[in-house]
Ligand binder design. Structure first.
Ligand SMILES: [Zn+2]
Length: 345
C-alpha cells in the first residue's frame, strides 16, 4: 500500500475512488455520454466536487467542432458541493456549495510569478484544456480555485458566475467609464450579460443583436439596443465588444469601430472551411484599430455581482436538461438563437 498519511484524502473520497461515473465526452470526432468512465483522481491541494447544476456555453459547442483540439469531458460552468479535499481542508470546504475559477495553475512559472496566472505556462482549464470538465458526476479543481456560494444565491444564479466573471474581465481591461460610444455585438447569453455589466459603468452602452426576444430583454433592463440590420456602419464607436461567437463578428466590429478605437474580442470558434469567413484585416491597419483579447475573469467579484441582484441572469435560461440527455445537450445549445442551456447532474 503506497498511501502516505499526509496525502490521504477524506474517507468519502476513498470509498468513491475509481468508481465508474457518467461523463459527457468528446473524443475528437464524436460526443458520447460514457457511463463507465473512471472518477477523476485528486492530487494534493485539489478538491473533489459533485456538480449539482452545469451550464453549456458557445465554447463547448465549438470544442465539439474542433476548437483547441479538445478531447475529454466537456463543461466549465458549474455549481457543486465539495465532497473531499486532498490533504488539509484548512478552509473547511467539505460539504460546502461552491463555484470555481476554471484555470488550474502552477504558481511557479514566469507568468504566475508576474501575477498573470491566467496565462500559466503549465496550466490546465476545466473542460477546455488538459482537464476534464463538469458535465460528469464528479470534477476536480484546486481547492484554492473555489468560492463558497452564499445561501442567498441559488443554483440557477450561481451557475452563471463564469459568464459574469468573463464580462467583468472585459469591462476591466479598458476604462469604459466616460467613453461615449460603446457597442456590445451579439445577443447570445454572453452578450446579454456583458451589456448589463458594462451598462452599470457606462449608461451609454448599447447592444446590437438579431433576435427581437433578446432585444426585448434590453428594453426591460433599460439598456440601449438595435437590430444589426438597422445599424449604420459609421465607424464611430470607441469600443466594440465582439460577443457574436462567429467569424462575421470581427468584420462587423471593424466597420463599427472608429479610427484608433478598440475591439475587445470574446469570440472563439473552430476553424472550418465552410464556416470561417475570410476576414479582411485591412481596417486594422488603415484605421489603426487595437484588438484586445479577453478571457475568464474574477470569480469572487462575479459572485458578489450576482448576489447583489444588479444583473438579471435567470431571464437567460433557455432550456433545462439533465446529464442523461447526453449529446442532445450540445445539439440543443447549438441551435441558432438558443439562450443558456442548464443541465441538472
Ligand atoms: Zn504557472
Amino acid at each position: 500500500m503506497k498511501q502516505a498519511a499526509e496525502t490521504t484524502p477524506t474517507n468519502r473520497d476513498q470509498t468513491t475512488a475509481g468508481m465508474p461515473m457518467r461523463a459527457l465526452r468528446f473524443d475528437g470526432t464524436a460526443l458520447q455520454l460514457v457511463t463507465g468512465h473512471p472518477r477523476p483522481q485528486t492530487q494534493r491541494g485539489e478538491a473533489l466536487i459533485r456538480p449539482r447544476r452545469a451550464a453549456v456555453s458557445g465554447i463547448d459547442v465549438e470544442l465539439c467542432r474542433g476548437l483547441l483540439g479538445f478531447h475529454g469531458t466537456l463543461g466549465h460552468e458549474f455549481v457543486g458541493v465539495v465532497e473531499a479535499v486532498d490533504g488539509d481542508d484548512r478552509t473547511g470546504l467539505v460539504g460546502k456549495r461552491v463555484v470555481g475559477s476554471v484555470a488550474a495553475v502552477c504558481g511557479r512559472c514566469d507568468m504566475c510569478l508576474a501575477g498573470l496566472s491566467n496565462h500559466c505556462r503549465h496550466g490546465t482549464v476545466l473542460g477546455i484544456q488538459g482537464r476534464d470538465g463538469c458535465l460528469a458526476d464528479w470534477l476536480v479543481l484546486p481547492a484554492g480555485n473555489l468560492e463558497v456560494v452564499p445561501d442567498t444565491v441559488d443554483d440557477d444564479h450561481a451557475v452563471f458566475v463564469q459568464m459574469v466573471a468573463s464580462a467583468i474581465q472585459a469591462a476591466r481591461q479598458l476604462a469604459i467609464e466616460g467613453k461615449p460610444y460603446i457597442t456590445v455585438l451579439g445577443d447570445g447569453p454572453l452578450g446579454l450579460v456583458m451589456v448589463q455589466v458594462m451598462a452599470r459603468l457606462n449608461a451609454s452602452v448599447r447592444l446590437i443583436g438579431r433576435y427581437s426576444e433578446k432585444l426585448g430583454m434590453c428594453e426591460k433592463w433599460g439598456i440601449k439596443h438595435r437590430h444589426v440590420d438597422d445599424v449604420g456602419r459609421r465607424a464611430d464607436q470607441d469600443i466594440v465588444v465582439d460577443c457574436t461567437g462567429s467569424g462575421t463578428g470581427l468584420e462587423i466590429a471593424m466597420q463599427l469601430v472608429r479610427p484608433r478605437g478598440t475591439i475587445i474580442v470574446k469570440t472563439m470558434y473552430a476553424r472550418h472551411p465552410e464556416r470561417s469567413a475570410h476576414v479582411d484585416y485591412c481596417p486594422i491597419v488603415m484605421k489603426e484599430i487595437t484588438l484586445l483579447g479577453s478571457r475568464s475573469g474574477p470569480i469572487r467579484e462575479a459572485l458578489s455581482t450576482i448576489a447583489d441582484g444588479s444583473i438579471d441572469v435567470v431571464s437567460l435560461i433557455g432550456k433545462r436538461m439533465t446529464l442523461n440527455d447526453g449529446p442532445a445537450i450540445l445539439q440543443t445549445a447549438a441551435r441558432p438563437g438558443m439562450l443558456k442551456v442548464l443541465v441538472d447532474i
